[in-house]
Design a protein around this ligand. Structure first.
Ligand code: GDP
Ligand code: MN
Length: 387
C-alpha cells in the first residue's frame, strides 16, 4: 500500500526524521490560508502516488499568496501520468545546499534488509545505479541486529557525504531504518534527502509503501487503507471477499487456489506476457462468484485479454463455465478469453461455453498452451478460430 508524500512524512516525523512543516489541502483558498500559516516561501506539491512530479510541473515554489493561488489552481486537477491531483501539500520551502538519496527495502534475493545511500540525489536513482554504480552505496543489514550507529556512519562515509553532515546523515538513516522496520514498510525512500546551507539534514520527499497484510498491527495507519492509497479495484475486491492484487500488465488472470494463480503468473510471464492482476477465485467458486471476478478483472481498462486457468477439485469446471457464460451475458466483454479447464467436471465445463457459442473465447488444453494463446491475443495476433 503506497502512501502519499505527506503521509510518509507524517510517519517520518513520528520516528524523529526531520521534515519541513506543512499542511495538506484540497482547494485553492485553503492552499493560500495554509501557506500563510506555514510561512513564505512555500512549495506547492501535488499529492499523487507517482514520482517525477517535479518534472511534470507538480512541484512549484511560491513566494506570495498570488503565486500560491496560481500554482495551486494549475496543479489541482492536473493529470500526472494517469494520476489526477486532488490534494496539495503546502510546505515551508527549504534552501538546498546538496541533494542526497536514501532508502531502505527488503532485498529478497539476499534475504536481508538493504540500506542504500548516495550523494547523487534529486535525480532518477536507477540512472545513478546504472551509470555510476560506485556512487550508490548498498549495505545489507543483519535483520536481527538491526542497523547500528557505526554502520550508519560507515554508510554515510563510504557514500562520501560531506564530512560535517556525516552525523546528520547517519541519524537520518537510522530513523529511516526504524520507519521501515517499525511500520512494516516494504519500502522507505527519501529522494532528495537534503543538506541545508545551515547544514541540517532533512527529508524533502517521502516514498513509503506499507505491507497491507501487516496493517492490523498498526491501528494508527489503518485509516490510510480506506483512503486514496488503495487501488480502487483492490478495494472493491476486498469488499467482495475476492483475493485480487493489481499488477502492471495487460493480461487478466483468474485461477483457483493461490498456488495455481501464482504459477499462472509465472507461465504467462515466461511466455512473454505481463499479467494485469492476481485473482484467486478460491475453492468451490459458484457461477455468481466467477461472474463477479470477471467484472473485477475487466474493471481494469488496461486488460487486453483474459486467461482462465482452473484446475477443478472442489471447484467444479461446469460451475466456472456457467459463471463465464453468465458474465458474457451481463458484461459483454470486448476482449478475448482463453479458458483452460481441467479436473472435476471438465468435460461438461468445456462443452458449455461451446454450446453457448461465446464470442471470442478460446479453449486450451494445457497451462503452457493457454499462456501462449493469451499472450498472442493480448498482442493482437490471431490464434485460430475461437472454440
Ligand atoms: P518528485 O519530483 O515527485 O520526486 O518530487 P520532490 O518532492 O522530490 O521534488 C522535486 C524537486 O523539487 C526536488 O528534487 C527539489 O529539487 C525541488 N524542491 C522540492 N521542494 C523544494 C524546496 O523546499 N526548496 C527548493 N529549493 N526546491 C525544492
Ligand atoms: Mn522526489
Amino acid at each position: 500500500m503506497d502512501l502519499l508524500e505527506y503521509q510518509g512524512k507524517q510517519l517520518f516525523a513520528r520516528h524523529g526524521l526531520k521534515v519541513s512543516s506543512g499542511e495538506v489541502v484540497d482547494n485553492v483558498e485553503d492552499a493560500v490560508a495554509a501557506a500563510k500559516r506555514v510561512g513564505y516561501p512555500v512549495v506547492v506539491k501535488a499529492q499523487v502516488l507517482i514520482g517525477g512530479r517535479g518534472k511534470a510541473g507538480g512541484v512549484k515554489l511560491a513566494s506570495d499568496a498570488d503565486e500560491v493561488r496560481e500554482h495551486a489552481g494549475n496543479i489541482l486537477g492536473m493529470d500526472i501520468r494517469g494520476h489526477t491531483v486532488r490534494k496539495l501539500w503546502i510546505e515551508h520551502a527549504s534552501d538546498i545546499a546538496s541533494e542526497y538519496y536514501a532508502s531502505v527495502l527488503l532485498d529478497r534475493s539476499a534475504k536481508q534488509p538493504l540500506v542504500m545511500f548516495s550523494t547523487e540525489g534529486g535525480v532518477d536513482i536507477e540512472e545513478v545505479a546504472e551509470q555510476t554504480p560506485e556512487k550508490l552505496i548498498r549495505h545489507h543489514v543483519d535483520a536481527l541486529e538491526g542497523l547500528s550507529r557505526e554502520e550508519a556512519v560507515q554508510i554515510a562515509t563510504d557514500g562520501k557525504a560531506d564530512a560535517d553532515v556525516i552525523d546528520g546523515v547517519a541519524d537520518a538513516l537510522m530513523a529511516l531504518y526504524e520507519v521501515w522496520l517499525d511500520e512494516d514498510a516494504t519500502l522507505a525512500e527519501i529522494n532528495p534527502l537534503i543538506v541545508t546551507p545551515e547544514r541540517e539534514v532533512r527529508a524533502l520527499d517521502a516514498k513509503v509503501s506499507l505491507d497491507g497484510n501487516a496493517l492490523y498491527r498498526h491501528p494508527e495507519s489503518q485509516s490510510l487503507s480506506d483512503s486514496e492509497n488503495e487501488d480502487p479495484i483492490e478495494r472493491r475486491a476486498k469488499e467482495q471477499g475476492v483475493q485480487y492484487v493489481a499488477l502492471d500488465g495487460d493480461i487478466g488472470i483468474l485461477g483457483n487456489g493461490a498456488g495455481l494463480v501464482m504459477s499462472t503468473l509465472d507461465v504467462v510471464a515466461g511466455a512473454g506476457g505481463a499479467p494485469a492482476n492476481f485473482l484467486d477465485a478460491g475453492g468451490g467458486s459458484d457461477a455468481d462468484k466467477i461472474k463477479q471476478a470477471v467484472a473485477l478483472i475487466l474493471a481494469n481498462s488496461a486488460v487486453k485479454a483474459v486467461l482462465f486457468n482452473i484446475f477443478g477439485g472442489i471447484t467444479r469446471c461446469d460451475e466456472v463455465a456457467r459463471g463465464l457464460i453468465a458474465a458474457f451475458a451481463d458484461i459483454k466483454p470486448s476482449v478475448p478469453f482463453v479458458v483452460r479447464l481441467d479436473g472435476t467436471n471438465d468435460v461438461e465445463g468445456r462443452r458449455l461455453p461451446q454450446e453457448a457459442a461465446l464470442p471470442n473465447v478460446y479453449a486450451a488444453q494445457t497451462m503452457n498452451e493457454a499462456a501462449e494463446k493469451v499472450v498472442a491475443l493480448a498482442a493482437g495476433q490471431s490464434v485460430g478460430a475461437p472454440a
